[in-house]
Design a protein around this ligand. Structure first.
Ligand code: PNS
Length: 162
């Protein structure tokens, strides 16, 4: 049985992430969506909140599981006996960072392969940070995230303003 991990910050999940998760779920027998810590980012949502939003957005896909972890991705992968890490590549600008992470993970555990899926054209520009920025500046974020995520972003923005 092939087990893949879709790792990310998912702060919060966008239609770009959902596209990659859905496509990975058609390729691999089981996909674990792993909400992990990116030390370079200041998250708006806790790991638990991000897991809940993922659950509402993709929880109906039968062969996926959503989990959170605050350690190394390779340790998480070993715990779940995963063979593959799946990442989405949006543009050339993603490549260097993703390449660096893939090589680091492979050095830490050479048993785990990283596979890249090219993002769908309509999601090329999408990122959680951009969506939060558009929301903060009063723009319409409905084209970028499911309604449940939109509600949570707007709530967070109201809380940040108070
Ligand atoms: O969505 P992101 O922020 O690009 O995802 C990056 C993430 C969370 C997958 C990466 O930071 C990560 O793997 N974090 C877990 C800690 C770890 O293993 N770091 C070393 C990887 S190079």
């Amino acid at each position: 049985m092939s087990v893949a991990i879709c790792p990310g910050s998912f702060d919060p999940v966008t239609y770009g992430h959902i596209d990659i998760i859905k496509r990975a779920s058609k390729i691999f027998d089981k996909v674990i969506v792993a909400v992990l810590v990116n030390v370079a980012k200041n998250p708006w949502f806790t790991i638990e909140e991000r897991k809940n939003l993922l659950n509402k957005s993709v929880g109906d896909i039968p062969n996926i599981e959503i989990a959170g972890f605050d350690g190394l991705l390779v340790d998480f992968a070993a715990r779940y006996k995963a063979d593959v890490i799946v990442k989405g590549l949006r543009a050339v600008s993603d490549f260097e960072y993703e390449f660096q992470m893939a090589l680091t993970n492979s050095k830490l555990n050479s048993e785990i392969e990283t596979v890249f899926l090219t993002t769908s054209a309509e999601n090329m520009y999408l990122s959680s940070s951009i969506v939060k920025q558009v929301g903060l500046l009063g723009g319409d974020i409905s084209p970028f995230v499911p309604e449940c995520v939109q509600d949570e972003i707007l709530l967070r923005i109201r809380q940040r303003r108070n």
